[in-house]
Design a protein around this ligand. Sequence first.
Ligand code: NAP
Length: 297
Amino acid sequence: MVQILDGKKLSEKIADRLKREISKFPKAPTLAIIQVGEKRESSSYIDRKKKFAEKIGAKVHHIILEEKITTEKLAEAVEVLNSDKNIHGIIVQLPLPKKIDRFKVIETISPLKDVDGLTSANAGLLYESAFGGNDPKNVSARMIPATAKGIISLLKESKIPLAGKKALVVGRSLLVGKPVALLLLKENATVTIAHSKTVDLPKLSKENDVVVVAVGKPKFFNKSFVKKGQVIVDVGTNSLTGPKLLEEVSKTKLVGDVDFDQVSKVVSAISPVPGGVGPMTVASLFENLVVAFKSQK
Ligand code: NAP
């Protein structure tokens, strides 16, 4: 029988732990989310974060800025939150409108409040730790991008062995692919990163024990990519019916990058969509918020 990597269940366990921890804090850790424009997809992700915050006793301060805002004005809004002692974590909800320099805006976030782990300071710490420079005295400033952190927690909690195993990450984005690869390396897996120019991905995929798929194409990864005994993590969150129906999609029609029906018949473990990596991302984000809160005391 295939093992289902149940992110929903584990995220509830993390929520219970965070709730107990937060109940002992003098005040509620507060996450500021800056949203530019009111894209329905972004609003749906933000709603999930708000629900999780409510469950654990954290607060979310949701700021909506107009679509036509400039990079400079957006960076100024971030600066205001950087110096606000009542804000412990800051997220700029992505994607941003094309004309905004997202790297410039992200770099403005104080690394101590960067709960998405996207500033170069936190990316540098992740890179360093993956290569052995894991200085425990320095960890207070480290925020690991939430999706990558959630994937590793899900694998470890599900008792999937990683040390000495061959792991393939399909996708090389800054948000998912690259940080997941670094974390798998930290777990002593032998890691390969594939992308759109990779030749003969089905063959490469079958050579690996663990495959993390983050390409953003619905049901792209089908039975031709897998063999018996593999562990598959599906990061994809795609709508089969298009963004205009996202409200419904968030409940029932979310589709992964992996063809679950085909692949689950072959492999030994797989994360479902929904209920796999998605809830782990939200839980890991709030784990980062608690780290940020403690480092700012
Ligand atoms: P992205 O920035 O668009 O990156 C996609 C990656 O996939 C790129 O590296 C691209 O290669 C690669 N790719 C595209 N087509 C490919 C192919 N045919 N074969 C091999 N590689 C291919 O996307 P992302 O931000 O990493 O997100 C990936 C997916 O994860 C999306 O569905 C997104 O919605 C989802 N996601 C889910 C969560 C969650 O919490 N569950 C969080 C974040 C993202 P190139 O670099 O060569 O273009």
